[in-house]
Design a protein around this ligand. Structure first.
Ligand SMILES: [Zn+2]
Ligand SMILES: [Zn+2]
Length: 157
């Protein structure tokens, strides 16, 4: 979903609400390595305050994942609250130590909010995937799922 921000940047509008949904077909194209259980939703608003354009949104994604420890497949819903400052250009790009991560540059005064939502989602996902915090994993000897009970090798582990 492309947001038209011309009126926002030019001061004719102070608020723009949006509610974007990224379909499963689009997700399969853009993120072929992830498996989504439902469309990704990006809902939020662009606001102007004291001349600063801010985007706040909630990104909701439901992913089918595989536990790193016990290899069980499960579906988990993630919800991220993100904020960005929108600018049409960065003036001091060489300034050292300046935090640009939160900045999104919109040179043509439009913004692909679906693309931004997916980028934010990827940054927010955990690197280690566990079906539950204390997953016991599989027995390295017989491969039994130790969440379901001990096996004869558990004692010596
Ligand atoms: Zn597990
Ligand atoms: Zn075992």
């Amino acid at each position: 979903m492309i947001l038209q921000l011309k009126q926002i940047f030019e001061g004719q509008k102070q608020l723009l609400d949006f509610d974007a949904e990224i379909s499963l077909e689009t997700l399969a194209e853009l993120e072929p390595y992830d498996s989504f259980a439902a469309p990704v939703a990006a809902k939020g608003s662009v606001k102007v305050r004291a001349g600063v354009v801010t985007l706040d949104m909630t990104v909701t994604a439901s992913l089918e994942q595989i536990c790193d420890r016990c290899t069980k497949a499960f579906v988990r819903e993630y919800r991220f609250e993100v904020s960005h400052t929108l600018v049409t250009a960065l003036d001091n790009e060489d300034d050292e130590g300046y935090e640009y991560d939160d900045y999104v540059v919109c040179p043509d005064k439009t913004l692909d909010v679906s693309e931004l939502a997916l980028t934010d989602m990827k940054l927010g996902l955990p690197t280690k995937i566990l079906c539950k915090e204390d997953c016991k994993g599989l027995c390295p000897v017989c491969g039994k799922d130790l969440n379901e009970g001990a096996c004869e090798h558990s004692e010596s582990l």
